[in-house]
Design a protein around this ligand. Sequence first.
Ligand code: C2E
Ligand code: CA
Ligand code: CA
Ligand code: CA
Length: 277
Amino acid sequence: AKELGKNRYSVYTPELLVDMVYEYRLEADLRKALENDEFVLHYQPQIQPQTGEIVGLEALIRWQHPSLGLLPPGKFIKLAEENGLITQIGKWVIYEACSQNKKWQDAGMAPIKVSVNLSTQQFLTKDLITFMKDTIERTALDPQYIVVEITEYMAMEYEYSLNVLKQLKAIGIGISIDDFGTGYSSLNYLKNFPIDYIKIDKSFVDEIMIDHNNAFIVKAIITLAHNLQMQVIAEGVETKEQLDFLINQQCDLIQGYFFSKPLPANEIEKKYLVQQK
Ligand code: C2E
Ligand code: CA
Ligand code: CA
Ligand code: CA
């Protein structure tokens, strides 16, 4: 086993080296991306299925890389979490989403909620609450139109998370549990945390028409959420069959390619937002 350590570098194939150089460059570029204003938010509608009314939008980050084109979060969020840049990027996301939402309201659009994804690191930073309050003040957005999406992992620091969520709630911000059912945490937090929405993960939605067990799980999540006075958002809904099943099960909101992919702000405005009467 000792020999292995010595020969470690010999396992680097040319392909691996290319990957390493690529990642190294990407990290250097990522450090400059904020100051160069290269991030953009796309927004995906959350629709009330009976009326077709748009209730909310989820803000999803993309990186307009100068030479690689528009990169999805899967290409850089993990890197940003590893090198700590995620906290700054996350602040940009919150500010941008709030200021965009306020612009729409100022332009006379019927108000809707905008959800932002919080990374674990961002959720654990000491100044999250101060930053949220500052952002609300600077953008003058009514906090009832902001929702934060957190994951079950963040519920594992039980006391700490409960305290943060109570403060967010006190400000008037909505709270959503993302990717519900995919984490390792116990269900215990559900009854004590001030949660407004549960998002059923796409992995369950994908198979509701194929796998009876997944259909039962989706039914059970909806019943559980409703008993706890929470609303349910199904994500990754792509087909009419999935939509019909979810409507039958009283799912409150639908998000997925069936209605729309995430779109830039100007397209959302054209296709989905309506002037308030
Ligand atoms: P997520 O929060 O679970 O977001 C949903 C993802 O599913 C989005 O991918 C969305 O485009 C995709 N999606 C929605 N409906 C469908 C569908 O019907 N079919 C398929 N195939 N996909 C669908 P996206 O935009 O690539 O984001 C991936 C993940 O990156 C997000 O998963 C979230 O965890 C993370 N992310 C995105 N924006 C941010 C951000 O601003 N901050 C942080 N920390 N993470 C972000
Ligand atoms: Ca999300
Ligand atoms: Ca999700
Ligand atoms: Ca997901």
